[in-house]
Structure formats: structure tokens, C-alpha cells
Design a protein around this ligand. Structure first.
Ligand code: 9MR
Length: 363
């Protein structure tokens, strides 16, 4: 036992012996945080957050205690950073960086290059002139500003087609062909030599035929990057799971992650949440299913020594995008996809994550 741990343990024993002897009620020991449980197993636990959440006084202390790494839910999307061409507004993203620094948290960046959430001017500009600086200039602007301050960054997000058949149509693909990925990663490495460069996508977790294709296409994409000596450090597995249908295929996931590790890449779980929209109205039943699917996924993902981080896509059900309006009005149905409920109470998903962390073999 480390000295510090030993001292803490003996202090705890003395305290409980005293309170017992004096007939005082034992003061509840605060539970260990997900942050600490992860750290004890060589992992980083984090969550997506947005600036508006930092104004919620019952939320911020929980975020600070539980989370070791933040990722911006919106604030790094180009639509918000560069609403008018060449006129960057970093105010919101700066605020998240400052909050993280003041809260002993690291930051991860998401995303630099994506087909979605771009400003309206971007696609016509790319079509008019295939100007590569529209790609590289943005990467330079963002990574240059936060150089040395991000642990990892999603250089390219969701480049694979949803059916897993090759690359997804996007303004980047139309303007520059498949080489846009290489260009983006090289530009990112040039702008920040230290940040871990991530290819981030969904579609590799479940068992359907489109997921089989997705996994094959992902490995092919990574192999191409590595063969061309493109600087890619990690695969980001978003981890958008479903509690009631198309569940994780543990065997296929394990084999896939072994393949990723064999290529020398790290694995990050970047956007974990569990869709419960196909479940019953009964909240307890949904919470159980969400927790169960979380555990099935994490048990496999964390068994791979290349897995370094788990981030949930927000921390509280309060911050989930609202369900379809008709559904809310007809049934009052609200999603419950995250470790905390809307009142900041821990849910079974929190316990599932904690147990998965505790069960991880230290690599
Ligand atoms: O949670 C985000 C949502 O509020 C935004 O409207 C949307 C578009 O920018 O992006 C969502 O986050 C997505 C992430 O950026 C990429 N992977 C899928 C995420 C959830 O849909």
C-alpha cells in the first residue's frame, strides 16, 4: 500500500472506531469519483460540456468532482468559431479552456474537420475555389491558438459513410478527394507537435452488417493513413450505444479493438451515451438496460490495454437534446442516456461505469 493510501485508510479506521465508541452516527464517506476510479486504472474519465452548463450551480460541482477531461459539445464546431469567413470568435471556447484549467481538468478538442456544423459560407467557398487553405488554415487557427493545451483532438470526424461503404460524401471529399484526411492530419501535426491526433467515428460498436462493413472500412482507412506515414495517434470510438436494439457485439468489438491496438494506435471512447428511445415508459427498466449496455461495452473496451480514456457525451440527462416534441407532449417521454439524471442524482449507469473502471486490469 502506498504511504498516502495507508495513512488515509488508517485515519478512516480511527475515525470509524471513534464514532462507533462514542455512539455517534458514522459520517457517510463520500463515494469515490469516476475521475479517481479511472485514474487508479490508468484511464482518463471525461465528459462533453457546453458553456451554458457552467452557469448551473448544482451542476458545476459535480462536473468538477467527477470529470478529469472536458470536450466542447458545440464550441469548437466551425459554425460557431468562424460564422463569417476569416472572422473567428473564440470567446466561448476560451471560456471552456479557462474553466478546465481552473478545475484541474485537461481539454480534448472536437472536431477540426467534419461534414456537419459548418458555417453556411463554407461549402460554396470550397466549390468556387478548391482552396486548400480553407482546410489547413482552420486547423492552424484553432490548434495554433491552443497549442500545447489540448490532450487530444478529433482531426477528422465521421468521414465514413453510415452504411460503412467507403467515405461519406462531404464538401471536403468533393473539393479535395480522399487525400483531405492526409492533408488535415499533416496540418494538425505541424500546428501542434504534442497533441494526440485522433480519427473519430461511430459505427464500429454494434453487430449488424453495416457495422461489419464500418469496422472493415475503418481499419482500411487507418491502414492507409499509417502506410502513407500520416501522423495519426488514436482511434476515437464514439460509443453511441442503444439499450434496446442493435446492441454491442462483444466478440466483434473485441476482435476489432485488438486490430486497432496491433497497429500501435491508442483507443479513446469519446462520446459514450446509451439511447433508450426504444424502451418502455418505465424509468427503472430503462435505467437498468442503459446501465447493462454500458457495462457490456466498457468491459470489452477497457480490457484492451490501448484504451486510454472514456468520455460521456454530456454528464446529465438534463442536457440531452429534447426528444421529438410530439413524443414529449403525448407521453412525457424524456431520454435517460447519461450517468446523472436531470436532478443530478447518480443513475445505475454511473455504477456501471464505476464498476467497469474498478474491474479493469491495470495495463
Ligand atoms: O450533441 C450535439 C448536438 O447538440 C448538436 O446539435 C450536433 C450538431 O453539431 O452535434 C451533437 O454532437 C455530435 C458530435 O459533435 C459528433 N458525434 C455525434 C454527436 C451526437 O449527435
Amino acid at each position: 500500500m502506498k504511504r498516502r493510501t495507508f495513512l488515509a485508510a488508517s485515519a478512516g479506521a480511527v475515525t470509524s472506531a471513534l464514532t462507533g465508541a462514542l455512539g455517534l452516527p458514522a459520517r457517510a464517506q463520500p463515494d469515490r469519483s469516476l475521475r479517481d476510479l479511472a485514474e487508479a486504472r490508468g484511464l482518463v474519465f471525461g465528459a462533453a460540456a457546453a458553456t451554458y452548463m457552467l452557469d448551473q450551480p448544482d451542476f458545476v460541482p459535480v462536473l468538477r468532482r467527477q470529470v478529469r477531461q472536458l470536450v466542447p459539445e458545440y464550441e469548437m464546431k466551425r459554425q460557431f468559431l468562424e460564422p463569417r469567413r476569416g472572422r473567428y470568435d473564440f470567446a466561448a471556447l476560451d471560456r471552456l479552456f479557462a474553466f478546465a484549467a481552473a478545475s484541474r481538468m485537461s481539454m480534448r478538442g472536437h472536431p477540426l474537420v467534419w461534414y456537419a456544423s459548418n458555417p453556411d459560407w463554407l461549402e460554396p467557398a470550397l466549390t468556387a475555389r478548391r482552396d486548400e487553405t480553407l482546410l489547413t488554415g482552420h486547423i492552424q487557427a484553432v490548434l495554433g491558438r491552443y497549442r500545447g493545451r489540448m490532450a487530444s483532438v478529433d482531426v477528422v470526424n465521421e468521414a465514413i459513410a453510415p452504411d460503412g461503404r467507403g467515405l461519406r460524401p462531404s464538401p471536403w471529399l468533393s473539393a479535395f478527394g480522399p487525400g483531405y484526411l492526409d492533408t488535415a492530419f499533416h496540418a494538425a501535426r505541424a500546428a501542434d507537435p504534442a497533441v494526440k491526433l485522433v480519427y473519430n467515428d461511430w459505427g464500429c460498436e454494434q453487430g449488424g452488417p453495416e457495422n461489419d462493413r464500418f469496422r472493415a472500412t475503418t481499419l482500411k482507412l487507418l491502414d492507409g493513413l499509417l502506410a502513407r506515414r500520416v501522423p495519426v495517434d488514436a482511434l476515437g470510438l464514439q460509443g453511441h450505444l442503444n439499450a434496446f436494439q442493435n446492441r454491442v457485439d462483444q466478440r466483434k468489438l473485441r476482435l476489432f479493438l485488438d486490430e486497432v491496438r496491433a497497429r500501435g494506435l491508442a483507443i479513446l471512447i469519446t462520446e459514450l451515451d446509451v439511447y433508450d428511445g426504444d424502451g418502455p415508459a418505465d424509468i427503472a427498466a430503462r435505467d437498468r438496460a442503459v446501465a447493462d449496455e454500458t457495462r457490456r461495452f466498457l468491459d470489452v473496451a477497457l480490457d484492451n490495454p490501448a484504451t486510454r480514456a472514456v468520455l460521456t457525451w454530456c454528464l446529465s440527462d438534463r442536457h440531452i437534446d429534447p426528444p421529438e416534441e410530439w413524443r414529449l407532449k403525448l407521453t412525457g417521454f424524456r431520454h435517460r442516456k447519461l450517468p446523472y439524471d436531470a436532478q443530478m442524482r447518480k443513475k445505475p449507469m454511473w455504477d456501471a461505469i464505476a464498476q467497469a473502471f474498478a474491474g479493469r486490469r491495470v495495463p
